[in-house]
Design a protein around this ligand. Structure first.
Ligand SMILES: [Zn+2]
Length: 250
């Protein structure tokens, strides 16, 4: 047998061994590949699930976390405020120079004020309709004067185009006997606020920003909105839907 023949025979003897070993290795590889594929599919599925719920803002609701932040609808609000179109000029009524409200708000407010007066309560109308232009100067000028960033300012005032006051349905009320509480949280301790709390719903007024409101806006006991028509209700649909969601998890 020549050297080369010897080598061939040695090599040919080793072939079955090599085949056995490669068969074992390839079946192990198959198992690993199968497991990796399974893991990959699971990871992709979870990623899609989380992405979907994060994007729709529903994940927090799914977890039934009733923290205010859980209802944060950053996708539909601007710093906690919903968008509102400006009231039509022909729908506004001048209560006194420089103060207008929607005609429906005016009617309900007149009835509510006289009912309050019969109970010895003097409601004072502090502000009503605000044009988007006026809201723009209020928001940015005060923000600048107070050296506030938009997030801070938005807790106490809506950005232009996002104020309930632009609809003509929102009003700020004071107590005629305690004017020092105008636009102050202390208004909650006045007879007027106490009366409103008990009776405002009869005239279709609701407190827009109660304590712990889901929009995250500062508590404003003086700010009420009228919801006595479908037109008004539609304007505040998003705000009310958010309140309904919140109460579901309270
Ligand atoms: Zn207000």
């Amino acid at each position: 047998m020549s050297r080369s023949e010897k080598n061939r025979s040695v090599n040919s003897d080793e072939i079955p061994l090599a085949q056995r070993s490669s068969t074992v290795r390839s079946s192990q590889l198959k198992k690993i590949r199968f497991l990796l594929r399974g893991l990959f599919i699971t990871l992709i599925s979870f990623s899609f699930y989380f992405l979907f719920f994060f994007n729709s803002g529903q994940l927090v609701l799914k977890t039934q976390n009733n923290d205010i932040k859980a209802l944060n609808t950053s996708d539909i609000t601007l710093l906690g405020h919903f968008p509102y179109k400006e009231a039509l000029k022909e729908d506004l009524i001048s209560v006194y120079p420089g103060l207008e409200v929607h005609k429906d708000t005016y009617k309900a407010l007149t009835e509510m004020s006289s009912a309050a007066l019969k109970d010895g309560i003097k409601l004072v109308l502090l502000s009503g309709f605000r044009s988007i232009e006026l809201q723009r100067s209020i928001f940015y000028e005060r923000k600048s004067a107070r050296n506030q960033v938009a997030i801070e300012r938005a807790k106490v005032s809506a950005p232009p185009g996002y104020s309930e006051h632009s609809t003509g349905f929102a009003i700020d009320l004071g107590d005629g006997t305690m004017r020092q509480t105008d636009f102050e949280v202390d208004f909650e301790n006045t007879p007027a606020f106490n009366w409103l709390n008990k009776n405002a719903a009869r005239y279709h007024f609701i407190l827009s920003f109660p304590k712990g409101n889901p929009q995250g806006v500062s508590y404003e006991p003086w700010h009420w909105r009228y919801e006595g028509t479908v037109e008004a209700l539609e304007k505040f649909k998003k705000a009310n839907n958010l309140l309904m969601k919140k109460s579901k998890y309270d």
